[in-house]
Design a protein around this ligand. Structure first.
Ligand SMILES: Nc1nc2c(ncn2[C@@H]2O[C@H](COP(=O)(O)OP(=O)(O)O)[C@@H](O)[C@H]2O)c(=O)[nH]1
Ligand SMILES: [Mg+2]
Length: 359
């Protein structure tokens, strides 16, 4: 049977909301629309998946995807869509904050006007953020302005997690998605080569009654990464940018330790060796946390990775010094020689560690 609509619901620790949401959806959508709900649960420790299973047994149009060992709202939503065969997709939170009653209106709008997107907005017409805490509204407003400025997006609520899209729009863009963090709508719009055809329909956000918000500092960080990836990322890979940022922090560590070691009366050579090892170690740890968050090495692999990182970076160091020295002999411009040596060395280190340390 060709479904009209798949409603993708990412969940993490939403045990108490699942059954209630499924009931509300059935009340709101009615019989004429052929629809299903697909929960994508990241193996929540609170047993959300068991609740999804219960609902799936009770209703023919409810199913669940359980992802083990993975986290991420955007990537969960993408996987949900990939598992669907419907003409249209809907994304909504599993915490009852989104107003399911406007879903039929959204579907009618997207079908009648051949749109790419229909977005539930808290900032048009009768829309509102409800009882959302004032500081959350501020963060949301700020994030919205930032994305409107940087990515030239015309939506009033690009941070919305409540929207509908056509299969065609999804399939055109799925290969370009960054799939980082929380903001899948923004990711979709910014990935599209042409501005999407959309309308925004107002909705009033409800208060969360069960479970907790997963908005943590890491989400803000991931949001900034998404903006970076969607702007400069077209020209320079995001990972490389992070690798270079970590490298710059390593220069500070190096100079700091060198200073301390020399003041402790170590010879310059010994001080330089200590500083180099410390800076490489700190670079490795930071890259493992931030640059390769998704491939983080732990346990025994952490130490194997550290050794391969030392090895790769010592070659990079050699390449850097030899090249800089050669260029300096050639043109005598110290900063150009130094800079080019450092750039080639970092590209080398990035390439090597990408393939041997974080395979
Ligand atoms: N699958 C999955 N769902 C998530 C993840 N993080 C949050 N969610 C779900 O995404 C929805 C929105 O998250 P929520 O914490 O309510 O964010 P808020 O509305 O911005 O406070 C909820 O249904 C969460 O359970 C995640 O890492 N994986
Ligand atoms: Mg929420």
């Amino acid at each position: 049977m060709q479904l009209d609509l798949s409603i993708i619901i990412p969940t993490f620790n939403e045990r108490e909301n699942v059954q209630k949401l499924v009931e509300l959806l059935h009340q709101a959508i009615g019989e004429k629309i052929k629809w299903e709900a697909i929960f994508v649960d990241d193996n929540s420790p609170d047993g959300t998946y068991q609740e999804i299973q219960k609902s799936a047994k009770a209703w023919g149009n409810v199913r669940g995807i359980r992802r083990v060992g993975r986290r991420g709202l955007s990537s969960a939503v993408i996987e949900g869509m990939l598992a669907s065969s419907a003409k249209f997709f809907m994304v909504m939170d599993g915490d009852l904050q989104h107003d399911e009653k406007i879903i039929p209106k959204m579907l009618a709008a997207i079908q009648a006007n051949n749109l790419d997107l229909v977005v539930g907005s808290r900032f048009v017409g009768a829309g509102s953020t409800g009882e959302l805490a004032a500081n959350r509204v501020k963060i949301s407003r700020f994030a919205t302005t930032l994305s409107q400025q940087i990515l030239k997006i015309k939506l009033t609520d690009p941070m919305s997690g409540f929207f509908m899209l056509s299969r065609q729009f999804f399939e055109q863009n799925v290969g370009r998605l960054s799939a980082i963090g929380f903001k899948i709508l923004l990711d979709l719009i910014a990935s599209s080569k042409t501005p999407p055809a959309f309308v925004e329909l107002p909705y009033q956000m409800r208060k969360r009654t069960a479970g907790e918000s997963k908005l943590e500092p890491i989400v803000v960080w991931e949001y900034l990464l998404l903006l970076l990836d969607k702007s400069i990322g077209r020209f320079i890979p995001l990972r490389f940018m992070m690798f270079v940022a970590v490298g710059l922090s390593g220069v500070l560590v190096h100079l700091g330790i060198l200073y301390v070691a020399i003041n402790l009366n170590y010879s310059f050579v010994i001080a330089q060796i200590i500083a180099t090892i410390m800076a490489m170690t700190s670079n490795y740890i930071l890259n493992n946390i931030f640059t390769y968050k998704d491939k983080r090495l732990t346990g025994r692999k952490f130490f194997q990775g550290l050794l391969s990182f030392y090895l790769a970076c010592s070659f990079g160091f050699l390449v850097n010094i030899l090249l800089a020295d050669f260029l300096f002999e050639l043109n005598n411009i110290w900063w150009l020689a130094g800079l080019l040596g450092a750039v080639v060395g970092s590209v080398w280190n990035y390439g090597m560690t990408k393939y041997i340390t974080w395979r």
